[in-house]
Design a binder for this molecule. Structure first.
Ligand SMILES: [Fe+2]
Length: 529
């Protein structure tokens, strides 16, 4: 593979020289860089993306991979020039910014361009070119000016997209909605090995092209992202709007906490593995250079201001959390110890500072694992007679949760909303201000998005629904269907539409709004619309 590719590139240099001789006559919409190359296969096989918007711009991303499932993406070790354009119109006629970036082997031939100099609160379009290949055109949107009066914000929260569990129809439907942005709560990839039945093609909801081991090395993680990103529905979602990416556990290792691997399926040192996982995550997400990992560390918490309407704080609940102190489902005293934390002191201080200076209507905690207390004793496959709490969530650090509620009180956050994923269920909950009574006075709400595909086809009614409701009166909606949550945010109301796709084992299923819940500004609590 590598040798034949080198030959291809050598050939390309010769054709490039020929091309230069005749290039005066060749009009080019995009001005190609010096290392112009021909590709035998389409180099934008992993799509394009934009993300992390600011009032004056956003990041645009691509990764060159003419052979997406080859270890080197089919690129060999040479650098390649990529030209980019940002335009005011979808036909790319009114180009406002353009430039050249270099895709290098050190970052798997990914390209991250931080676009600036744009106007706030506006749609823009972008594309890339390398050699003679053009990418598709993507749409993105700058943030409104920090003090602008914003009348509406529409976005999706989504995540958990295990490849072999089903098609990404929910991503296709998200693409069709042309959202202002998407919050990805994590589990973009699953790091695990293909199981024996999966290798034998049994029980697969969609084919897994090949035999995949558990991700440990940078090459492993890169290949996993390559596989997932070949999906056209996912590519369409990325091209449709900016993403705010975050990671949960499966971008690294199941249930990892801080510098602990937790599930000791492999006896490998964890920090080099975490470094490899973060590097691959960065390489495949539209992130800024400020969020580039340094060895095993990455700065992934950050905040976005949507005019006077909302502040969205994207949290990192993995890197700084306490070690798990109890069984996976438990209600042990250690989980209530005062020093248990999900965010760590520096991130808690950052949240205090962020919300302390924000006078916006809605304060949003965009994060990974369920925040409100959740008693699992009556869920299927649980046999608990007493409360069963999931220690991988905020229930494993109740003091850390109470400190966040204290930050919301102290910063006089008017309308806090928590966004979550992880449980492969659509759940809407009221968050109590009383740590001893989860069904006590509501001070915030939580919208938990179901999975895109993880868990396979779901169902509308969860088994034991009545008992679950009795154990958890603060649950206002629960379903195990696949899909995403659509949020429509206005100055007086926040509406969450639980969007469900009928099937993920057949392509192209339709989407329906299964349930809508509304919060009125100034009145904490959930009302069915
Ligand atoms: Fe998941």
């Amino acid at each position: 593979m590598a040798d034949s590719h080198r030959t291809l590139l050598q050939f390309d240099r010769r054709s490039l020289l020929k091309g230069i001789a005749g290039c005066v006559l060749a009009p080019a919409v995009l001005r190609p860089g010096p290392a112009r190359a021909q590709y035998r296969k389409f180099p934008f096989s992993l799509g394009i993306a934009s993300g992390d918007p600011a009032p004056d711009g956003f990041v645009i991303w691509t990764r060159l991979a003419p052979e997406p499932l080859a270890a080197d993406g089919g690129m060999g070790s040479d650098a390649a020039e990529v030209t980019w354009e940002v335009a005011a119109d979808q036909n790319m006629l009114r180009v406002i910014r353009s430039g050249t970036a270099t895709a290098r082997v050190e970052s798997a031939h990914s390209v991250h361009v931080e676009i600036g100099g744009l106007e706030p609160g506006k749609d823009y379009f972008y594309r890339f070119r390398t050699g003679t290949a053009d990418s598709v055109v993507g749409r993105s949107r700058t943030l409104p000016a920090p003090e602008a009066a914003v009348s509406e914000l529409r976005f999706a929260s989504a995540g958990c997209q295990r490849w072999q569990d089903g098609y990404y129809t929910a991503w296709r439907r998200i693409a069709e909605e042309q959202f202002d942005f998407v919050f990805h709560y994590g589990d973009y990839i699953y790091e695990g090995a293909t199981t024996k039945p999966e290798r034998q093609g049994r029980g697969l909801l969609r084919a897994m092209p090949g035999d995949f081991g558990e991700c440990v090395t940078l090459a492993d993680y890169r290949l996993r992202y390559s596989l997932y990103k070949t999906d056209r529905d996912l590519q369409a979602a990325h091209a449709s709007c900016a993403f705010l990416p975050s990671f949960d556990d499966h971008e690294v290792a199941g249930d990892w906490s801080a510098d602990a691997q937790v599930r000791q399926s492999l006896k490998t040192p964890f920090l080099p593995r975490r470094a490899a996982a973060f590097q691959a995550w960065y390489e495949h997400m539209p992130l800024r250079a400020a969020n580039m990992p340094r060895g095993p560390d990455i700065l992934a918490y950050r905040s976005f201001k949507f005019g006077n309407l909302a502040e969205v704080a994207v949290l990192d609940t993995r890197q700084y959390r306490s070690y798990p102190v109890c069984k996976h489902f438990d209600n042990c005293a250690a989980s209530h110890a005062p020093d248990q934390t999900m965010m760590g002191p520096a991130q808690e201080q950052w949240l205090t500072d962020t919300f302390g200076t924000s006078q916006r209507t809605w304060q949003v905690l965009a994060q990974q694992v369920n925040f409100a207390q959740l008693d699992w004793r009556s869920f299927p496959n649980h046999h608990g007679r007493g409360p069963e709490l999931r220690m991988d969530s905020w229930d494993g650090a109740s003091a850390g949760r109470e400190r966040v509620l204290q930050i919301l009180r102290q910063t006089q956050s008017r309308n806090p909303v928590v966004l979550t994923g992880d449980l492969h269920r659509a759940i809407a909950l009221e968050i109590s201000s009383d740590p001893k009574d989860p069904s006590g006075p509501c001070m915030a709400v939580e919208f938990l998005a179901t999975s895109i595909s993880s868990g396979g086809n779901g169902r509308l009614v969860t088994k034991n629904a009545d008992a679950i409701a009795r154990d958890n009166p603060h649950i206002k909606w629960l379903s195990s269907e696949r899909g995403y949550t659509r949020h429509v945010v206005k100055p007086k109301t926040w509406q969450a539409d639980y969007r469900a796709v009928a099937s993920i084992t057949k392509r192209d299923a339709p989407v329906v709004t299964r349930q809508s819940l509304v919060v009125e500004a100034g009145k904490p609590g959930l009302v069915r619309a």
